[in-house]
Design a protein around this ligand. Structure first.
Ligand code: AMP
Length: 418
């Protein structure tokens, strides 16, 4: 089925085509008709499935059909996003969708100057994309008129709950007209999310991308059992064997992000990190470097995972198995986006991370394929590493010592490298 089949306006179809979207993804196909028909929607869909366009395209069509009311300078459609990155990204998608439609889009989030945003708000904004915190600030300062808001969209609602935005959401909803359309999107569902959902939607159409699609069909994913100490050699090898490909690497903590980044730089693989300790500006710089392929590897923590939407990233490497199982879905969703194909590899320490991996597999509802590695492959990987070629590198000394003691049948007690 094509986008033409939904009876969208010509300009909107032209914009969709200009964005390179040939046919709707599953979630777009399922969400389009109910949203165009004016229904509330409760959709469970992961990032990477095309969910932004799934709400943005029909919402824009609805706004074009209804037209701004005379003298109303308030906001007609609100898109709430949990993080700055998502607000930027969804704002960018919406800006592409509204080209030459006469509608305007404003993205606002904390960490940037309020004054220009307020100026624009006072002129009238059709679609406002914002994080709850900044939206709440502007509302309580009286800069935000939402009295005739037609559409409320909550994106990644589960993440908003995790970040403690529930109070801000409820406060905003209280200020909105009762007769509005509400589109509630969440990557995961549990009792808490359901409760929030049913407090804001009205007789919603439920859409769920089936659990077997937890990980997008476009992504091939597997696990490789690797000792914690040796993970860096595998990452180096993947990077060097695919020099043209960009790789997003996920680690558990910001300290590890910095360490892995340094380890890669030492072996001449260009890498940059992105974690919660960095300011918004630094995060944007890191993302831009990666987006522009100035570096091959982006090393990120889970906190920043959902904000990364970069097309044509063929590899995700889970350098650590995620502690929170659902983060696996968000991480691997960074590849295979839209219609692209992707590959996600999880490096799992056979002792330390075995249990965590089991939890991930339970969450996604089945085992992840194991990559079988022959002993010879392991040795080849360690040999491959530039770090091990530099004789003064202490890690290679540890391996030499390990080999020597193995011959003498003495257990080696080298300390962990990371
Ligand atoms: P999202 O799940 O909204 O974060 O979208 C994931 C990626 O899919 C983005 O890079 C979109 O540009 C891309 N995308 C969304 N819809 C389509 C489509 N119909 N055809 C091709 N790519 C798409």
């Amino acid at each position: 089925m094509k986008f033409q089949a939904f009876g969208l306006k010509e300009q909107l179809l032209a914009n969709i085509e200009a964005m390179g979207f040939r046919k709707p993804t599953d979630i777009q196909y399922k969400a389009m008709r109910p949203i165009l028909g004016g229904d509330d929607v409760l959709a469970i869909a992961q990032t990477g499935t095309g969910k932004t366009a799934a709400f943005a395209i029909p919402a824009v069509e609805n706004l074009m059909r209804s037209q701004r009311r005379l003298h109303y300078t308030g906001v007609r459609c609100i898109v709430m996003e949990p993080t700055h990155e998502l607000a930027q990204q969804s704002g960018a998608v919406l800006k592409n969708i509204v080209v030459k439609t006469g509608l305007n889009v404003l993205s606002i989030y904390g960490g940037v100057d309020q004054a220009p945003q307020i100026e624009q708000l006072q002129k009238g904004v059709d679609i406002l994309v914002a994080t709850p915190g900044r939206m709440f600030d502007l509302c309580s300062q009286g800069y935000l008129d939402v009295s005739l808001c037609e559409i409320l969209i909550l994106d990644e609602a589960d993440h908003m709950l995790d970040l403690g935005f529930i109070g801000d959401i409820k406060d905003l909803v209280r200020r909105l007209p009762r007769h509005r359309q509400t589109l509630f999107f969440s990557a995961t569902i549990n009792e808490k999310i359901k409760k929030l959902a049913y407090s804001v939607v009205n007789k919603p159409v439920n859409i769920r991308i089936s659990p077997k699609d937890m990980v997008s069909r476009n992504v091939t994913h597997s696990v490789l059992m690797v000792n914690m100490d040796e993970k860096r050699f595998y990452l180096e090898r993947i990077a060097k064997e695919h020099p043209e490909d960009r790789i997003i690497v996920f680690v558990r903590t910001r300290v590890r992000a910095e360490r892995v980044c340094k380890a890669m730089e030492r072996v001449d693989v260009k890498a940059v990190c992105m974690h919660g300790d960095l300011g918004q500006k630094e995060r944007n710089i890191a993302l831009d470097k990666f987006r522009l392929s100035e570096v091959q590897i982006l090393i990120a923590t889970d906190i920043t995972a959902r904000g990364i939407d970069i097309p044509s990233v063929p590899f995700v490497v889970n350098y650590d198995v995620p502690d929170i199982p659902e983060n696996y879905v968000h991480r691997v969703g960074r590849t295979g986006r839209g219609m692209d194909k992707g590959y996600a590899l999880t490096l799992c320490d056979p002792t330390e991370e075995k249990e965590t991996l089991k939890e991930v597999e339970e969450f996604i509802g089945g085992p992840i394929d194991r990559m079988v590695m022959e002993k010879i492959e392991r040795e080849a990987t360690l040999d491959f590493s530039q770090a091990n070629k530099d004789h003064d590198d202490w890690q290679s000394l540890i391996y030499e010592e390990e080999a020597r003691r193995a011959k003498e049948k003495k257990p080696f007690k080298g300390k962990k490298s990371m």
